[in-house]
Ligand binder design. Sequence first.
Ligand code: SF4
Length: 470
Amino acid sequence: MLKQKVQELFNEPGCATNQAKSDSERKRGCSTKGLMPGAAAGGCAYDGALIALQPITDVVHLVHGPIACAGNAWDNRHAASSGSKLYRMGFTTDMSELDVIHGGEKKLWKAIKDVIADRNPPAVFVYQTCVPALIGDDVEKVCEVATEKLGVPVIPVNAPGFVGSKNLGNKLGGEALLDHVIGTMEPDDAGPTDVNIIGEYNLSGELWQVRPLFEKLGIRLRACITGDARYRDVATAHRARVNMMVCSQAMINVGRKMQERWGIPYFEGSFYGIEDTSDVLRTMSRLLVQQGADASLIDRAEALIAKEEENAWAAIRAYKPRLDGKKVLLYTGGHKSWSVVSALQEVGMEVVRTSVRKATSNDKARALDLMDGEESALVGAIPAPEMYRMLEEGEADIMLSGGRTQFVALKARRPWLDINQERHYAYAGYVGMVELVRQLDKAVNNPMWATVQKDAPWDADGNILTGGEG
Ligand code: SF4
């Protein structure tokens, strides 16, 4: 059954990347990269499923497997909660050698029973991992029996690490919601302006930067799948009128199947960048009106966009005197290869190169447009020595990238800002772009660089370490 599910996801008609592949490529799956031993964080399907579902904050997330699976994948992002903190507590069956010999199903059953008695959660999510999957533990059956006998939904998340990449795991997490959660409860307050956001995980509180915009327009967020989510919100998500897919690569199957099952139209959008945030508000309002909301919503959205854009640009322009002329190496990819460029240009910064890894052809065209058609400014992967050279020789004053490349910048003694998923600051919506520029200013104009970039006194004198003349 799992094999069939995985194959279905490789054939997902809503995923443009999958559809662009040949039949044999598609069979090989979502990622062409092999799994790296020891690189479980961000690496395996189970980790992807946990990342996608852990932001449901009021449920127990129980990892069925050796303790290392829970440890490796634990809380490696900063998905924030405005209420319950239960999601931040680690639960695992901690399988040992004896369980491998005798099977782990009884242990799992006992763990589910204990955790329900102890925590009284609205649901328990059980994550299958490699070891129990290889010895044949039937997690789905245990969950079914537990749901029946204990009267609490126990949701199997069948995404053992070996089936594939993190991206595949995201989608398998979405399948668990479609099979066992969404549509299982009825709301008593469904309204004409209810929407869901899918693929937004509220990293560092980004959802909270855009939620007020919806509230100002009277748009109600029924469920964010899964940022700052509650079990009940997700279970009633099928009554929303419109779905927005934030990171469409991650959970496109959820948007497409919700459209198929409940007729909810979906669109892809992003909260990174001013223009993009405005596009989201426009598209969402238009679709809601098509679905029966009051037509005045469109004009109200335009008025809000005009006001918010004006405020955001004014706040960003205030940083111009401090950032004008600074050069940026933007090493991220996908949508972010262009969506933050206009804010950087507004403060007079020059983007010397932007990486277009994982970018669609549309992303590349927009990046090229912003870079004045200069194709050499659009790059794929940059080898670490080249990155180091650019920073060291002053071709770039700061690098914006993810955590994995931070050490290149640190070694070159140049500023660096994290703009990928492990970031500690929230950069969504209009206020998020202002925050990004503020953090850039703090990073690039930090007075410590003057000291850090000087030669060490012993190097300046010629010394024991360099074997100089001292
Ligand atoms: S599920 Fe498998 S690949 Fe993933 S962390 Fe556990 S053992 Fe490693």
